[in-house]
Write a new protein. Structure first.
Length: 433
């Protein structure tokens, strides 16, 4: 249990957040497939990314970890060896789904599982295309993990994602590295494109055209030293606090601002948030900037109050904190087309709505979203996180806005993505006496 109390003043100073979780996963996976030694700086400190490293180690990859520097001795496409037991992805859907694409190209059988939460997340999304490519993929009843995968040389396919998912897209593209020919993936709406960018960085032949991404099988992957940008999804919680609390002037340094990830910032700008992107540059093909945030008054008009359709795929991780921000937006906020949140680490829509109501907020719940019609005062409450890191962090920020003392029931779950969250918050925040 952790107590959070009303903050009198805002966030000030310059601070960094952990390396981008999505990029760190991909850098580790591709470094293991490359020939040679890759050094990855600013590797995410999250438990999820440690799960990826643990799985790669179990497959025979030599990995050295020194703080946030990870050194990986690449095995090449065909250099893995069978794990001694089941691979454990922990709580990480990224680990399970993307690694499954690589395991589908191996000549041996692997079993990958995860914690109770991960074993309830849908895996037919990857099993179906991998089977089409020629891999044998056996799920538990209902299409869940553990996954038993036996692969080998695969057939290229053209696959249209039924649901927008960067993890599923990446799974198929990684499997495509083991296919004779060109594998193409088509998206109903664009999702984060880190895999496409990084495949090129490591020497794969990738072509992006319209809604499609194609990769040619059996490239010669080359090692490269890589610096991971700071995670915009982690930065979102501090950005929200700085916008909402008075007298804030906070700069977050070296943040990844890939267009497929910065919809959160773009939305806040449309509501009048004072946010500047400074020192914009490209690192390994990824746009990076220092993000300066100041206290702001937020107003949504009849168009910007509605969050739905294509933008949802690029906002999906930030919706819990957007729900907290929505309690302070003039004009109200309505989120739809976000049913995917029902099958994340928790039923995030359920816990967003329940915790907002516990804090005195009038909110309408939909099967695919929620609506908050006007700005509202928050009261302290006991927050039920379902041990979901994004729920815990979002409602910690809500607690800074609420009268009294808010209790977070499993604060340690933030380690999944942002282990230093509370220390970082304390570093830049002045609480009420």
């Amino acid at each position: 249990m952790r107590a959070v109390r009303l903050a009198r003043r805002g966030l000030k100073g310059r601070v960094s957040v952990p390396g981008d979780k999505s990029i760190s996963h991909r850098a580790a996976l591709l470094a293991a497939l490359a020939q040679g030694t890759t050094q990855i700086a600013n590797f995410s400190s999250s438990a999820d990314c440690r799960s990826t490293l643990n799985c790669l180690s179990a497959l025979g990859t030599d990995i050295i970890i020194k703080d946030n520097l990870v050194v990986i001795e690449g095995k090449g496409l065909d250099g893995f060896r069978p794990a001694a037991g089941m691979l454990d992805a922990g709580n990480s859907g990224s680990t399970m789904r993307m690694l499954a694409g690589i395991l589908a190209g191996q000549s041996f059988e692997s079993v990958i599982t995860g914690d109770e939460s991960l074993r309830l997340r849908p895996m037919n999304r990857i099993a179906i295309p991998l089977r089409q490519m020629g891999a044998e993929v056996i799920t538990s009843e209902g299409g869940y993990a553990p996954l038993r995968i036996r692969g080998g040389r695969l057939c290229p396919i053209e696959y249209t994602l039924p649901v927008a998912s960067a993890q599923v897209k990446s799974c198929v593209l990684l499997a495509g590295l083991y296919a004779d020919g060109v594998t193409a993936v088509y998206e109903p709406v664009p999702t984060r494109n880190h895999t496409e960018i990084m495949l090129k960085e490591f020497g794969a032949a990738v072509e992006v055209s319209g809604a499609g991404v194609a990769v040619r099988g059996y490239p010669r992957m080359r090692a490269c030293d890589y610096v991971v940008a700071c995670d915009i999804s982690s930065a979102a919680f501090l950005i929200a606090a700085a916008v909402l609390l008075p007298d804030s002037d906070l700069t977050l340094v070296n943040v990844g601002v890939n267009p497929t990830r910065r919809s959160f910032i773009d939305l806040l700008l449309s509501w009048g948030a004072q946010i500047e992107l400074l020192n914009l540059r490209f690192v390994h093909g990824e746009p990076v900037a220092d993000v300066r945030v100041q206290s702001s008054v937020l107003r949504a008009d009849s168009l910007s109050r509605s969050i739905s359709g294509k933008v949802i795929a690029n906002l999906i991780d930030e919706i819990p904190i957007l729900a907290v921000i929505a309690t302070k937006v003039e004009g109200g906020v309505c989120v739809r087309d976000a049913a995917e949140l029902r099958v994340k680490e928790s039923d995030r829509l359920r816990y967003i709505v329940d915790n907002l109501r516990a804090m005195g907020v009038e909110v309408t719940e939909y099967a695919d979203g929620f609506e908050i019609e006007r700005p509202q005062k928050l009261r302290s409450a006991k927050v039920v996180t379902a041990q979901d890191h994004r729920i815990a962090m979002a409602f910690t920020i809500a607690g800074l806005l609420a009268d009294g003392e808010t209790l977070i029931d499993f604060p340690e779950c933030v380690a999944v993505s942002f282990p230093s969250f509370y220390d970082t918050l304390d570093e830049v925040l002045s609480y009420a006496d």
